[in-house]
Design a protein around this ligand. Structure first.
Ligand code: 4AD
Ligand code: MG
Length: 480
């Protein structure tokens, strides 16, 4: 019999019908009640063993973590919190799970810290918390495509291996070059990679933007959504060495249009999560409430998870220039007693996440879009303003997160772009293909990058970015 997913069985009203489910035992109480989870929902389905329904030898093997296939009759449940349960008629232990060995893992039935779960990242998806996070992650990834596809954007697969370091921050991972000296040549002898595969130094992409720009010049509106890599040695709860980035790029669009797009996009995907991940978000919210109860009053969250999501949905993102923000920050303290760790002294300084969060959480009390940053703290491709000092950059700042989006209107004027590159010692020969977009049919165009994990962090209410990606890559950590 074809098996059903627990998420569907729990909603089913086909009482007294036979049903088969397959999943993993979460608990087995009183030799009678199996809580089965198959990953399709946060909820377990209760499966009840009647006396003598199955062989004793089989029964002994029903242990936490075992994989089982259960067939039975769907009946109304007497238990609280569930409408239906399965009266077992047939049970097969598909994969055993040794209780003594399991005790040594994070699957043993007690509370483990998130740090402990990270050490066994290959097992943590079997916990409620990680099941919920990864389902939300998957749904968010789906709705990102939905949003762009509905709005006539085309998905472009930009290369992972590249010669360019788009952000110019020098944080690119080098691709190890093979020594192909001994690789046989073809019969013409033409193929002979003496030193390295590409005949040039390459790295893993830090952003698909430059390639996306070239595609926006043909397809109009495009987006990339793929892994990006940065060897920045920042061991923070917001940085990964490998993260996923969503990067739309739009021809004939200025910075205001870019801001409108980003705000509309973010609100759409968050609304989708609220509508389609309700059970998982409720679970994650309860988890946070429980966690909060253990903390002293002063450290407790000010907003529940769903209030935080509504905070984004119900507020217009406040658009503020960098210059205005600096004036505010110079005259502010995060609270009466404390000063900022990094004190902003002058125009031109880069903001730290404490400043970004202050603007959002304390000053404006809404998500903030900061724009027109000093040219010297931003990448070469951003459009220079008439003042000659600032560029048409925008960062979107979120509560609890700080920067979630970075983007800009691009410098579309060939000569200005060349001057900026020269000032930063970026050789024109390296980016000749990029410069061609400005040579042939250049136009006002804009785009942005949203850090996907930062979005998942925000929506799930988790506090460490390592907990919203299956296998986090951070300094000294690539175990799995
Ligand atoms: O601000 P960034 O560096 O912008 C770019 O890469 C542009 N090329 C994007 C564009 O305009 N197409 O990165 C964009 C976003 C950040 O706002 C942040 O959310 C995320 O990517 N991000 C990271 N997320 C996790 N770990 C890291 N190390 C990240 N670095 C950036
Ligand atoms: Mg940035």
């Amino acid at each position: 019999m074809k098996h059903s997913k627990v998420v569907d069985v729990l909603k089913s009203d086909k009482l007294l019908q036979p049903v088969t489910v397959k999943g993993w035992v979460r608990s087995f109480r009183n030799d009678r009640f199996i809580a089965l989870n198959d990953g399709s929902t946060i909820h377990n389905i209760q499966c009840v063993l009647e006396d003598n329904a199955i062989d004793n030898k089989v029964q002994e093997k029903i242990t936490v973590g075992a994989a089982v296939a259960i067939t039975g009759t769907l009946v109304e449940s007497q238990g609280k919190g569930q409408k239906v349960e399965i009266q077992i008629t047939e049970l097969k232990v598909v994969g055993e799970s040794n209780p003594e060995e399991l005790k040594l893992t994070i699957l043993s039935p007690k509370r483990h810290s998130l740090e402990k779960l990270r050490e066994q990242a290959h097992l943590r998806v079997r916990t409620n918390t990680f099941g919920a996070i990864m389902r939300v992650r998957s749904k968010l990834s789906f709705v990102i495509h939905e949003y762009f596809q509905k709005n006539n954007f085309y998905y472009v697969h930009t290369p992972v291996i590249t010669k360019s370091d788009a952000e110019g921050a020098g944080e690119a991972f080098k691709v190890t070059n093979f020594d192909l000296t001994n690789v046989p040549k073809d019969e013409t002898g033409a193929v002979n990679f003496k030193e390295d595969f590409f005949g040039a130094e390459t790295n893993l992409t830090v952003s698909g933007q430059l390639e996306a720009e070239t595609y926006a010049m043909g397809l109009g509106s495009v987006y990339t959504f793929g892994p990006t890599f940065r060897a920045e040695n920042s061991n923070t709860s917001r940085h990964l060495a490998e993260f996923w980035m969503v990067e739309p790029e739009v021809a004939f669009c200025d910075l205001d249009g870019n801001m409108d797009l980003a705000e509309d996009f973010i609100k759409y995907v968050i609304q989708y999560a609220l509508d389609n991940c309700a059970d998982d978000l409720e679970f994650l919210e309860n988890r946070l409430v429980q966690e909060d109860k253990q903390k002293p009053q002063a450290e407790r969250s000010e907003m529940l998870l769903r209030d935080k999501l509504k905070f984004v949905l119900e507020n217009n993102f406040k658009r503020v220039s960098y210059t205005e923000a600096i004036e505010i920050l110079k005259n502010s303290k995060p609270n009466k007693k404390k000063k900022f760790k990094y004190i902003i002294e002058e125009w031109g300084a880069d903001l730290q996440s404490e400043h970004e969060r202050f603007l959002v959480e304390k000053h404006f009390k809404s998500p903030v879009i900061l724009f027109d940053y000093p040219a010297k703290i931003k990448a070469f491709y951003m459009r220079l303003n008439e003042d000659g000092n600032t560029v048409r950059a925008m960062d979107i700042l979120f509560p609890g997160i700080g920067e979630i989006v970075g983007g800009s209107q691009r410098e579309e004027r060939l000569e200005v772009l060349k001057e900026k590159m020269a000032a930063l010692d970026i050789p024109e020969e390296e980016l000749w293909w990029y410069l061609d977009t400005r040579r042939f049919g250049t136009c006002t165009h804009s785009g942005f990058g949203l850090g996907f994990e930062r979005l998942v962090l925000f929506v799930t209410g988790m506090s460490n970015i390592r907990d919203v990606i299956p296998y986090p890559r951070t300094p000294l950590n690539a175990e799995f």
